[in-house]
Design a protein around this ligand. Structure first.
Ligand SMILES: Cc1cc2nc3c(=O)[nH]c(=O)nc-3n(C[C@H](O)[C@H](O)[C@H](O)COP(=O)(O)OP(=O)(O)OC[C@H]3O[C@@H](n4cnc5c(N)ncnc54)[C@H](O)[C@@H]3O)c2cc1C
Length: 409
């Protein structure tokens, strides 16, 4: 039961509590800024990992090893709305072209910013820099920041949820947003299940040095072992996302640098010249995970907690950011209709909007993985024909580009 009158609302310590101050929770905090100002909402973010109290005071040191993400042009526009794009772009490398190919086949598809009349198809930004910029913005906003503090217990109460924190704080909120990455066990505490389909693939991530300029090209290459991506970084460096059948990544993790670079060269070819260097290597087992109940009365699940995707098309955070913006829009509509913040009709309207976008993105990225993972005798020829065909058929290719840019839902 949701509180619909001001007295009931005041009985709660907060209007909104965001669990998790990662990329998604922090983006939501920033996106709520105008509404906090307009409606006086009391908002708190709880983050369990220790973070700098004032990110402005610590110096930023770009690192060869920091993980980076492909941020679609649509997400850049959303960051602009949040007032953080000017700062984000200082460490962003524009993607001018995307080159999609299949190893050992002729077909290739090329997407180009010029042809589509945009300055960039997307941007590659270190995750640590995105986090820092978002946290800097949060530090200027009138919201509570509990960090480091972990939400240990989340319990439904009349009108919302009760949250017990590891620092001893007890909060109550009309709307709780789970942006905890999905591994904290809070969904399970509430009995919210997840559908999990392991890809039986593991992504090996590292920064690599290359012997020639990348010219702003992002590469997506499908191999028999799984897809590989190379994303442009400042200078002659790229972020490598190399998918392996699970188990086989151990061999590449253990190789000395020289051997690793040779194997990489063999798998990727020489489109970016020679691989000259590799930074620290990290692995991520890959599954398609979706929360079975992304909304409940007084509760919304966002980001990785709601959906974890294969990174093949770099869509996870981009999809989540659209969720952040849709949630804020739905909350404002609910407020204008004088509904309580965690009202189910508000959250169902939000979920209706989300489910279509989520299904489309999952179909797109999951479909890519499965199409290129299959090995029927004639399929490689069909795929090559598909890639060549896609290159020739302008509108289809432009559709693919618009989706990659996060401009299409
Ligand atoms: C290999 C790989 C490459 C990727 N590349 C891309 C890409 O190029 N483009 C793209 O769009 N997406 C990409 N993604 C997806 C993207 O990384 C995720 O969508 C994004 O990181 C999700 O952020 P999040 O805030 O939901 O979760 P997280 O980043 O996991 O943040 C969750 C936060 O919640 C905190 N927390 C957890 N439990 C609690 C608790 N109980 N109390 C308080 N705090 C808690 C954690 O400390 C953490 O800070 C990639 C993913 C992978 C695995």
């Amino acid at each position: 039961m949701q509180q619909s009158n001001p007295a009931a609302r005041r009985a709660l310590t907060h209007d909104i509590v965001i669990v998790g101050g990662g990329l998604v929770g922090a983006s939501l905090g920033c996106a709520l800024a105008p509404l906090i100002e307009r409606y006086g909402w009391r908002v708190a973010i709880i983050e369990s990992a220790p973070m700098a109290a004032n990110p402005q005071e610590t110096t930023w040191q770009p690192s060869f090893d920091a993980r980076a993400s492909a941020i679609a042009e649509g997400s850049a526009q959303r960051f602009q709305q949040l007032g953080v794009w000017e700062a984000m772009r200082t460490e962003a490398t524009p993607i001018k072209h995307i080159h999609i190919s299949e190893r050992g086949r002729l077909g290739a598809t090329r997407l180009s910013a010029n042809e589509l009349g945009v300055a960039a198809l997307g941007h590659v930004i270190p995750n640590a820099w995105m986090g820092r910029v978002l946290h800097q913005r949060l530090s200027q906003l009138p919201l509570e920041w509990h960090c480091p503090a972990k939400v240990e217990q989340l319990t439904p109460i009349a009108g919302g949820h009760h949250l017990a924190l590891s620092d001893g704080s007890q909060l109550t909120a009309g709307l709780t947003v789970l942006a905890d990455g999905g591994r904290s066990g809070l969904k399970e505490q509430l009995g919210i299940g997840s559908r999990r389909e392991p890809y039986k693939q593991t992504a090996l991530i590292a920064h690599v040095g290359i012997s020639q300029p990348h010219q702003g090209i992002a590469y997506e290459r499908f191999t028999q072992q799984g897809p590989m991506a190379l994303l442009p970084l400042p200078g002659q460096a790229m972020e490598l996302v190399w998918t392996h059948p699970s188990g086989s990544e151990h061999a590449h993790m253990a190789l000395p640098e020289r051997e690793f670079l040779l194997q990489l060269q063999r798998a990727f070819g020489d489109r970016v010249g020679r691989f000259t260097r590799v930074g620290s290597r990290h692995t991520y087992p890959l599954s398609l995970v979706t929360a079975e109940e992304p909304v409940r009365s007084g509760l919304a699940v966002l980001g990785n907690a709601a959906h974890a995707l294969h990174p093949v098309a770099g869509q996870g955070f981009n999809l989540a950011l659209r969720g952040v913006m849709d949630l804020v829009e739905a909350l404002e509509q609910g407020e204008l209709a004088k509904r309580p913040l965690g009202d189910m009709s508000t959250l169902l309207a939000f979920e209706k909007q989300r489910s279509r976008d989520r299904a489309n993105v999952i179909r797109f990225s999951d479909g890519l993985v499965r199409l290129f993972g299959l090995s029927f005798p004639l399929l490689p020829h069909a795929r090559a024909a598909g890639l060549i065909g896609l290159n020739l058929i302008g509108p289809l290719r432009r559709g693919l580009a618009r989706r990659a840019m996060g401009l299409e839902r």
